[in-house]
Design a protein around this ligand. Structure first.
Ligand code: ADP
Length: 880
C-alpha cells in the first residue's frame, strides 16, 4: 500500500520518464552488462534497473527475476525514488513499511533492498538501480559509493538511449524532407538543374530532360554550356567565374528570358532563374559551390505572342487598306501594298494579286501586282507585260485559272507532284507550296490572289484566317473600279464640256456675225422705206401701199431674225439666265402695259387673277419671264375671237407658283399639240391673216427650260387654250438666286423612309412635282428627285435605288448618255431604268430599248400606265 502522499513532483517525474522513450523497449546489452557487473560486485542474487511508471515498475535490465514488470504498489523502488539519495532496507521483516509487503511475504521473499535513484536530465528520479537479496544484508561505505557510481552510469546509458532515439528521429525527418524535395524536383513542370561552381551538371529533373531532348546520362557531369546557344555558351564561363570572384550578376539571382538549346539544335525560349545554394564550403573553391537553375518553357507564351503579332499585322493591313485607300489608289500603290502585305502575313516567298475582267464573255485575269518570277530576258519582258496590263491570263485550267475562272480555292503543299496545274515551264522558279484564293463579291469572282513557297504548309485554317483580308480586297477592288468609273465619267464630262464650249463659241461668233450681216441691210431697207413714206415728195396711193408693204415685210423679217437668232443663241448655249427672286405683280404689270393696246385694238378683255399669294416671290430671270409672258399673251390675243377674254393667272401649288395664260380663242386640235413647239410650224395659221413667224412658242419653251421649268398646254378646239408653267415659290426673297438654283439642283425631297427607293432625274421642276404627287400615293415608295445627270449618277451609286426614272432631255449629259453610264457601272448596272421624254420620235424609243431601258414614256405622261409599270418593276425588285 502506498501510504506516502503523491507529490507535485510526480507529474514532472512521469513526463521526464516518458520523454526518455525507454519504457517497454528491447533489452539493451549495455544495461545488462551494468546489472551483471553490479551482481558480481556486490554478490547479489537480484539486480534491477527499475523504472517507476505511474502504476508499475518496469525493468530495463533485470538479473535474478524473470518478470519484466511488477505492480508499483508496495514496491521498494517507490520509496527509493522518493529519497534524495541511496535508500537501504537491511531487513524488510523488521521494517514496518515492508514487513507485510507481498514481495517480502511472498515471491521473491525480499529481505534486503538497496536502491540508488536514476535521474532524468531535469533532475526527476525516474527509476532506480537496485540490489535485492533474500537475506538481510548491510552495505559498507565503499559499496554504497560503488552503487552510486553504477547508478550514475545507468543514467548515462539512459541519456545515450535517448540521444540515439532523437538522432534516429532527426535522421528520419531529414530523409523525409529530402524525399519531399526530390519528389518536388522530379515532378516539377519547370526544368530544374543543379550545377557546381565550374558549371558541371550535378542533377537535373525529368522536365528539364524532356524540354531539352536529352537522356540523363548524356548530360550529368558535363558543362551546362552544352544546353545553351553558342551566343550565351561562349560567355558563360566568364559570367560564372566573375560572379564567384566579384559577385557581379548576369543571370544569378535575376530571372530573365534567354534561349536554351535543344539536343536537335533548335533554340527554345525559356525563363531562367538561378540562385546559389548556401553551403558551408569554401567560397573560393568552385567545386564547393552549387547553383540551382529553374527553366520555364516559354514556347507556348512565345507562340501566343507570335500569334498576337500576326493578328495585329493583319489588323494593321486591314486598317490601312480601309482608311488609306484613297491615298493608296491615287498613288497607284494599292496593289503593291496588298501583295506585300500578303507575303508578310503568310510568310510566303511569292505573291500575286489580280482583277478579273470579262473579255468576250470569258473571265480573264489582269495581274495588278506580282513578285518577280522571271528567269531570263524574255520572261522578264513577259512579267513586265503582265504588270503593265498589256497581257491578260485566260487559261481556265491551270492553277491560276481554276481560281479566277473556276472560283475555287486551290491549295497544294506538294506542287512538284501535283498534276492539277500541269508542268511549269523550264527555268521557272520551283514552287513547292501554293495557295490561290478567289475574291468574290455578291457571288461574282472579281479578283484573286495567290501565294507560294511559305516555310510551312498552307491549310484551310490559313484561308479562314485570311477571310477578312479577302473581303477587304473585294471592297478595295470595288472602290478602285468605282473611282476609275468616276474618273472616266469626269473626263467624259470635261471632254463634253470642252466640246460644247468650243462649238458654242463658234456658234456664238457665227450668230453675232449673222445678226450683223442681216440687220445691216434690213436697217437700210426699213430706213429707206420710211424716208420714202415720209418724204417731201408725196407718193401716189399705189406707191404708198407698196412702201407700207415694204415696212410690214421688213418688220416681219426683223421679228423673224430676232426670234431665230434668240433661238439659235439658246441652242448654242450662250444664253445665261439670272435666276433671282422676283415679285410676280411687277412682272405682270409691266407685261400688261406693253400688251394693253394690242388687246384693246382687238376688243379683247385682258384680265389678271391672283390667288392669295399676290405678294409672293418666285425664282426666275426677270427679262426672260417677261418675254415668255409676252409671247403667250400675244398668241392668246392673236388667236382669240372678237370680244374674247384673256386671263393671266397666278395660283399657288405647294411650293410652286403656277402661271397660266388662258384664252377663249380658236383652240388647238389634240393631234397638233405634239408639234406646237416645233420652230416654224404655225399649224396652218400661215394661211390666215394672223401675222406670225412660228418661232415664238419654240423660243418660249426653250426659255422656260433654261429656267428649269416647262410650258404645258391644254386646249379645246373652238373654245380656247390654256398655256401654263410653274416657278419655284420663295417665301422670302433670297439674297442670291444662283446659289439657290445650285442648291435646288441637288435637293433630295425628304419623305418618311419607305421600302423602295426610286430616283427621278429630270431638269424640269414641274415634271418633278407631278411625279412627287404621283408617288406620294404609293406608301412603299420613297422618291428622290434631282435635276442634273452628274448628281443623279452619284446618288444612284450611293443610294442604290430599286428604280431610276430618267429624263432623256437633260441638259449637258443627256438621258441616253447617263443611261449608258449607269448600265456600264458595276454598282448600278442592275438597276431598272425608265425613260421619260418630251420626244415622240420612234428612233428615240428604239435607242432606249437598245440601251436596256425597261420602258419609254413621252410627256404628257399617261400616269395610269406609268404607275402600273413602276409597281410591276418594284414588285420584281422586292422579290429578288
Ligand atoms: P406664231 O408666230 O405663228 O404665233 P408661235 O410659235 O407663237 O408662232 O405659235 C405657233 C402656232 O401655234 C401658231 O401659229 C398658232 O397656230 C398656234 N397657237 C399659238 N398660240 C395659240 C393660241 N393661244 N390659240 C390657238 N393657237 C395658238
Amino acid at each position: 500500500m502506498l501510504d506516502m502522499p503523491l507529490q507535485d513532483i510526480e507529474g514532472r517525474r512521469l513526463e521526464a520518464l516518458r520523454n526518455l522513450q525507454i519504457l517497454d523497449t528491447e533489452a539493451d546489452p549495455a544495461f545488462d552488462n551494468l546489472t551483471e557487473v553490479a551482481a558480481s560486485l556486490f554478490n547479489m542474487p537480484i539486480v534491477l534497473v527499475s523504472l517507476v511508471d505511474q502504476h508499475r515498475q518496469w525493468f530495463k535490465s533485470r538479473l535474478g527475476v524473470s518478470v519484466t514488470e511488477l505492480p508499483r504498489e508496495g514496491s521498494f523502488c517507490t520509496y527509493a525514488i522518493a529519497a534524495s539519495g541511496l535508500f537501504i532496507v537491511e531487513d524488510a521483516l523488521l521494517d514496518p513499511r515492508f514487513s507485510n509487503s507481498p514481495f517480502v511475504v511472498g515471491k521473491p521473499y525480499i529481505r534486503f533492498y538497496a536502491g540508488m535513484p536514476i535521474r532524468a536530465e531535469n533532475g526527476a528520479n525516474v527509476g532506480t538501480l537496485c540490489l535485492i537479496d533474500t537475506q538481510p544484508r548491510q552495505l559498507n561505505e565503499a559499496d554504497q559509493h560503488h552503487l552510486t557510481l553504477l547508478a550514475r552510469q545507468a543514467e548515462q546509458l539512459m541519456y545515450l538511449h535517448y540521444r540515439t532515439i532523437e538522432l534516429a528521429q532527426q535522421t528520419q525527418q531529414s530523409n523525409a524532407t529530402k524525399a519531399r524535395y526530390a519528389a518536388i524536383i522530379a515532378s516539377a513542370a519547370a526544368g530544374i538543374l543543379r550545377i557546381d561552381g565550374y558549371g558541371r551538371i550535378l542533377q537535373l529533373n525529368d522536365s528539364a530532360l524532356r524540354m531539352l531532348g536529352y537522356e540523363r546520362d548524356e548530360v550529368l557531369g558535363r558543362n551546362v554550356k552544352m544546353l545553351m546557344p553558342e551566343r550565351w555558351a561562349s560567355q558563360h564561363d566568364g559570367y560564372l567565374s566573375a560572379y564567384q570572384k566579384t559577385g557581379e550578376k548576369h543571370v544569378i539571382g535575376i530571372g530573365r528570358e534567354v534561349a536554351a538549346q535543344h539536343k536537335n539544335g533548335t533554340h527554345i525560349p525559356v525563363h531562367l532563374a538561378v540562385s546559389e545554394v548556401e553551403s558551408d564550403g569554401d567560397p573560393t573553391v568552385p567545386s564547393s559551390r552549387e547553383f540551382i537553375g529553374i527553366l520555364s518553357d516559354l514556347r507556348a507564351v512565345a507562340a501566343a505572342r507570335e500569334r498576337e503579332q500576326h493578328e495585329r499585322a493583319l489588323l494593321q493591313v486591314l486598317h490601312r487598306g480601309l482608311t488609306d485607300y484613297q491615298a493608296l489608289l491615287s498613288g497607284n500603290t494599292l496593289w503593291t501594298f496588298l501583295k506585300e502585305a500578303l507575303k508578310e502575313l503568310t510568310y510566303s516567298e511569292y505573291a500575286l494579286i489580280g482583277e478579273v475582267i470579262m473579255q468576250f464573255g470569258m473571265p480573264a485575269l489582269q495581274i495588278r501586282a506580282i513578285s518577280d518570277l522571271s528567269w531570263s530576258e524574255p520572261t522578264r519582258q513577259l512579267m513586265q507585260q503582265l504588270r503593265d496590263g498589256e497581257m491578260l491570263l485566260r487559261n481556265p485550267h491551270n492553277m491560276l485559272g481554276q481560281v479566277f475562272a473556276g472560283g475555287k480555292i486551290v491549295l497544294s503543299n506538294d506542287m512538284l507532284s501535283d498534276m492539277r496545274g500541269g508542268a511549269l515551264p523550264e527555268g521557272h522558279p520551283v514552287l513547292q507550296r501554293y495557295l490561290g484564293v478567289p475574291i468574290v463579291d455578291r457571288g461574282e469572282v472579281i479578283g484573286m490572289y495567290a501565294i507560294a513557297n511559305a516555310a510551312e504548309d498552307y491549310d484551310d485554317a490559313l484561308v479562314e484566317w485570311l477571310k477578312p483580308f479577302t473581303s477587304t480586297c473585294a471592297l478595295l477592288i470595288n472602290l478602285y473600279r468605282q473611282l476609275n468609273e468616276q474618273r472616266r465619267f469626269t473626263e467624259e464630262l470635261e471632254a463634253a464640256r470642252d466640246l460644247a464650249e468650243r462649238s458654242s463659241k463658234a456658234k456664238t461668233e457665227f450668230l453675232s456675225s449673222m445678226s450683223h450681216e442681216l440687220r445691216t441691210p434690213l436697217n437700210a431697207i426699213l430706213g429707206f422705206a420710211q424716208l420714202l413714206g415720209n418724204g417731201k415728195q408725196p407718193l401716189g396711193e399705189r406707191q404708198q401701199r407698196q412702201v407700207e408693204q415694204i415696212l410690214r415685210s421688213g418688220h416681219h423679217l426683223l421679228n423673224l431674225i430676232n426670234e431665230v437668232l434668240d433661238l439659235a443663241r439658246i441652242e448654242a448655249g450662250s444664253t445665261q439666265m439670272l435666276l433671282e427672286p422676283i415679285q410676280l405683280q411687277d412682272v405682270f404689270d409691266d407685261t400688261l402695259e406693253l400688251l394693253g393696246s394690242l388687246a384693246d385694238g382687238q376688243n379683247i378683255s385682258l384680265q389678271v387673277q391672283f390667288d392669295d399669294s399676290k405678294d409672293c416671290f418666285v425664282e426666275a430671270d426677270d427679262m426672260r419671264l417677261k418675254q415668255i409672258l409676252i409671247n403667250l399673251l400675244n398668241n392668246a390675243i392673236k388667236y382669240n375671237r372678237p370680244n374674247g377674254t384673256v386671263i393671266l393667272r397666278a395660283e399657288r401649288r405647294d411650293n410652286l407658283m403656277r402661271i397660266s395664260v388662258s384664252d377663249t380663242g380658236i383652240g388647238i386640235a389634240a393631234d397638233q399639240i405634239e408639234t406646237l413647239f416645233e420652230p416654224f410650224n404655225r399649224l396652218g395659221a400661215e394661211h390666215s391673216s394672223i401675222e406670225g413667224t412660228g418661232v415664238g412658242l419654240a423660243l418660249t419653251r426653250k426659255l422656260a427650260r433654261l429656267m428649269k421649268t416647262d410650258i404645258f398646254v391644254e386646249s379645246t378646239l373652238g373654245q380656247g387654250s390654256v398655256f401654263y408653267f410653274a416657278l419655284p415659290l420663295l417665301v422670302t426673297p433670297a439674297p442670291c438666286s444662283i446659289a439657290t438654283a445650285t442648291a435646288a439642283d441637288s435637293t433630295v425631297h425628304e419623305q418618311p423612309p419607305k421600302q423602295y427607293q426610286v430616283l427621278y432625274i429630270d431638269g424640269n421642276l414641274e415634271s418633278q412635282c407631278v411625279l412627287q404627287a404621283l408617288c406620294s400615293d404609293m406608301a412603299d415608295v420613297q422618291l428622290h428627285c434631282v435635276s442634273s445627270a452628274k448628281v443623279g449618277f452619284e446618288l444612284a451609286c450611293s443610294l442604290q435605288p430599286q428604280l431610276i426614272l430618267l429624263d432623256i432631255d437633260l441638259p449637258g449629259i443627256n438621258g441616253f448618255q447617263l443611261g449608258r453610264m449607269l448600265k456600264n457601272s458595276p454598282s448600278t448596272r442592275s438597276i431598272p431604268l425608265l425613260a421619260i421624254s418630251t420626244s415622240y420620235v420612234a428612233t428615240d424609243k428604239q435607242q432606249a430599248a437598245t440601251l436596256g431601258f425597261a420602258g419609254f414614256y413621252s410627256k404628257a405622261l399617261n400616269l395610269n400606265m406609268l404607275v402600273q409599270h413602276i409597281q410591276q418593276i418594284l414588285t420584281q425588285q422586292g422579290a429578288l
